[in-house]
Design a binder for this molecule. Structure first.
Ligand SMILES: NC(=O)c1ccc[n+]([C@@H]2O[C@H](COP(=O)([O-])OP(=O)(O)OC[C@H]3O[C@@H](n4cnc5c(N)ncnc54)[C@H](OP(=O)(O)O)[C@@H]3O)[C@@H](O)[C@H]2O)c1
Length: 229
């Protein structure tokens, strides 16, 4: 059966390649972005596939819930949710403002939480769901929690969200939640020195979403291999 995928930040970078990847795999893809025109512009270049633009700002709970509920009403239940959108403030302990910290947490953690709360009941009811949180090695305790402060803390919190929700679902569930580090990717966020293409960054995310029988839950991946938290 055709799977319906919801991708946040689908208008550029890794998110756009995730949209392309799922479209190529035959899914119906809802390309979430905060500027509908930007979404429509990139959609024109996606050859084939069933892609629809959903305007969604991740800035507060209601700006997330309203378009998500409308999208499910129009396009049907979401089978695969990719929490890809993210922001990175380049501030350290002395320069970071609480406002910037809070807005980073809103987009990188609170928004994924809200979307999971919205998507999960339907996934459980239908007996299938794949949730992929796009995290970072900079949110990994094992890798030293490097990177700008708010970003690192937010990605560690996103990993904690993955682990906690996955634990509550249990390993026998056909609804899974996993985190992915895409590696250092050449995008607006990653910058031009980054060695990876957005296609490479998207690869593990699409792979996890399309897994049917082998269904890891509560794990952290890079390059289709489990990595340490
Ligand atoms: N690039 C890397 O090297 C790297 C490494 C590790 C992890 N990641 C993670 O990978 C994910 C994608 O990153 P990227 O490199 O593709 O970044 P990017 O090119 O900067 O794209 C970020 C996306 O998030 C969207 N976004 C940001 N704030 C939003 C908001 N308030 N509401 C709705 N959408 C919002 C952006 O929308 P606009 O276009 O409207 O701004 C854009 O679509 C992020 O979670 C990032 O943390 C990236």
């Amino acid at each position: 059966m055709t799977k319906t995928v919801f991708v946040t930040g689908g208008n550029r970078g890794i998110g756009l390649e995730v949209v392309r990847g799922f479209a190529k795999a035959g899914c119906k893809v809802l390309l979430g972005c905060r500027d509908e025109d930007a979404g429509n512009e990139v959609k024109e270049d996606i050859v084939g596939g069933d892609v629809h633009v959903i305007e969604i700002s991740l800035n507060n709970e209601q700006s997330i819930i309203d378009p998500f509920v409308r999208a499910e009403a129009v396009f049907g239940g979401i089978d695969i949710l990719v929490n890809n959108a993210g922001v990175m403030e380049d501030s350290d302990l002395s320069s970071l403002s609480l406002d910037d910290f809070n807005s980073t947490m809103q987009v990188n953690v609170n928004a994924p939480l809200t979307l999971i709360q919205q998507a999960l009941p339907g996934m459980k009811e239908r007996g299938f769901g794949r949730i992929i949180n796009v995290s970072s090695g900079w949110g990994s305790f094992h890798e030293g929690m490097e990177g700008p402060l708010a970003y690192a803390v937010s990605k560690a919190a996103l990993n904690a969200l993955t682990k906690n929700v996955a634990g509550a679902l249990g390993d026998d569930s056909n609804v899974t939640v996993n985190s992915v580090c895409p590696g250092w990717v050449h995008t607006r966020m990653g910058g031009s020195d980054a060695p990876r293409t957005p296609e490479k960054g998207a690869e593990t995310i699409v792979w996890l979403g399309m897994l049917e029988d082998d269904k890891p839950n509560g794990k952290f991946f890079r390059d289709k291999k489990e990595i340490n938290w």
